[in-house]
Ligand binder design. Sequence first.
Ligand SMILES: [Ca+2]
Ligand SMILES: [Ca+2]
Length: 333
Amino acid sequence: MHPTLGQIQADKGTVMQRLSRTTTLLTVAAVSVATLTGLTALPAAAQPDSTVPAQELNNATLSIPPLAGEPQCPSGQVKFTNGRATAGELVELVLGKPVNTNLDGDAAGETAVLVTCAGVTSVGQIIAVERADAGIVALGRVVGPRADVRDVTGVKAAKDGGVVATVADHAPLDGDSAQPQTQGRTFIWKAGRYVQSAGPKHFPLRDDSTDIGLVTGGVVTKVVGGVVSGSLTAVVSNVGPRASTGQMIVLDVKGWKITSDDVTCQNPDVGTQVCRREEPLEPGESARLRFAMRAEAGSKPAATGTARVKLIEGMTVDTNLDNDMSPIRTRAA
Ligand SMILES: [Ca+2]
Ligand SMILES: [Ca+2]
C-alpha cells in the first residue's frame, strides 16, 4: 500500500505472491521470477512480500474497528490465537481465511480477511493488513455493516484487484425466520478510502421488509423534592411499504430511570432501557409513546442521550437505518 518499493520490485512482488503464499518458498519464487523476466535478483530481504500469511495473521494483534450497535464485540488492538479472540463466554471474534490481493494502485499485494463477531448475533466485517518491517500494518476496514448492509459474510480476491465482499441485508439471530439476501460487491482502495468498484449497489426490496422510523421530542425537566423528572415523547412510524410487526425501542440516556405505561420496558435500573411494543404498524401508521424519566436526588444524570427503534428481529427487516435514531435532549424548565 505504501509506495516504498520501485515499480519493478512491486511487480515482482505481485508475481511472487501469485506463485506462492508461503514465506519459505518466496526465495525460490524470487529467483524464478528474476529468471523468467530477466530482472536482476535482489537480496530477499530487500523485497519483502507485503501480504501476511494465515499462520502469522491468526496469531497476531490486529486493529479491529468497532461495529456500530455491537458494543459487546471486541475492538481496538485485539490479540488473536489460532484465528480467535474471546471476549467473555458468549462473544468471540473469528478470522476467516485470509485473501491476498492488490487493493490499490501500487503493485505490492495486501491481505484482506473477514472478521466475524460471533455471539447472540453474528456480524462480519472485512479488514485489510500488510506487512512492513515493523510488523503487521493495519489498512483499515474495507467494508462492514452500514445503512444498506447489515452483515458481511465472505471475501475473495477480485480478478483485477480489490476484493469481492459477500454482503447481506440482514444479520440473522438464532431461530430467525427472515433469511438474508446476499450479493457480491467489489471494493478497492482509491483516493484515500475504500470504494465500491463493481457489483450491485442496492438490495432488491424484500417481501418482508419495511421502513420503521423514530422521532423524539425534547424533555423539559423539573425538580420536586430533589428528584428531577421529565416526560419523553417518542413517535414510532412505519414509512412502508409493508406492514411491520413488533418494534423495540432502546433508550440510552445515562443516569435516568425510565418507565412507560405504553410499552413493556425490561430494565428497571438506571441505564439503557429496552422496551417492546408488540402491536403491528400498518404502512403510514404511527404510535405515540410516552416515557417518564426520573433521576434521584444528588445524582448527575446525562443531559442528552439517544433513542433508537428496531424491528423485533426475525419477523420483518428494516431497509433504512437512517431514520431509526433520534436524540434525547433534556433541559430545565
Ligand atoms: Ca497494492
Ligand atoms: Ca428505518
